[in-house]
Ligand binder design. Sequence first.
Ligand code: FES
Length: 416
Amino acid sequence: MAVRRLAPEAVQPKEFSFTPQTEAWTKELVAKYPQGRQASAVIPLLWRVQSDCGGWLPQKAIEAVSERLEMPYIRVYEVATFYTMFNLEPVGKFYVQMCGTTPCMLRGSNEIRKVLEERVGPQQSVSEDGMFSWLEVECLGACCNAPMVQINDDYYEDLTPENFNKLLDDLAAGKKVNIGSQAGRKSSEPEGDVKTLTDPALYDGSVVGSWRKRFEEEAAQRAAEEKAKAEQEKADKGKGDAGKGETKAKSEAKSETKAEAEVRKVDKEAAVAPKKGHPDAGRATERPVAEAPAQQKAAGEEPLDLEAEDKEIAEKLAALHKDASPEDKANAVGSRPKALKKPRKDKPDDLKKINGIGPANADKLHNLGIYHYDQIAQWGRPEIRWVGQFLSFAGRIDREDWVGQAKTLAASDDKS
Ligand code: FES
């Protein structure tokens, strides 16, 4: 980065005044800003004045700008000396700003610098014929076509010592030159043939499709392996049962007796528990003991195998078309619960008392015609599966035991 100072006294003009055109232009420019904020116009005004002065800013011009904008001279001087877009010394007819930052350096900007030093001389000096001057600057944002220079208002890219020399010759001779890449590139397209992202499969969907196919195949294989394993376990169990005979029958009888004893114990506890004065306004927060597998078995019910049920649901869903609607999916795995057109006596129960049902879920249930505890209390597996699937929270109804809670609430006097 070059040191930025005003030009020596010897080259400074003795006076400066705005041209009538610049005066009129300045009036319009300043009017764009609120009263008292005319200092905001300092950069465009310095830029205009620089152009009027042949590409640089004499001290008298900086002073004129500060007076015109009613700014202290030092404030305008700070701006003029800070930005490299403002030249503080006379420049050639063609002012070359050469990028010397890393990408341009790696691509040959040192060779371009040599050309300038040989043809024009040191930085910030004007060639003898007054045609050229140059300055090394930081990245000008055209790194992809490095090395590059800016000459007056235009960029010239993909430079080599040869094409740059020719470019300077043509400019000096007043010939028309090509702006942009000197190697024939359009914008920042790759040099020569395109070398990346050339596989047509990237654009016909087959690459993405093959990944997807692989995932589907792996998932199907896993499902088949699990199924085979389950069948094997079932077959092994069958053989073992046949061999054990009477001994096992005795053992089962013994375990049933034990389970029955547990049920009796629970019933006894329930009988002594106070029905009213529920500490949480009827919320049941734990899964009822009577639904534990041992008790279900003792009650003559098949214990619930949620894992197997999940697997069955997954298989049914997998068999559906991929565009199946939420209702199609719910119908495939369960049965829609009986609905009411409106709440009985126009007074729905407060479903939010069921742990796990918030305002949003209560609204969703209302939309399904479910308004009362006793409706939920009657749900069996098909209804639980349907609602769980339809509302996209499969498993949650069981985990939070909505049905058990609803039974408690329906039996309670507290339905407010
Ligand atoms: S490094 Fe030269 S234009 Fe960016």
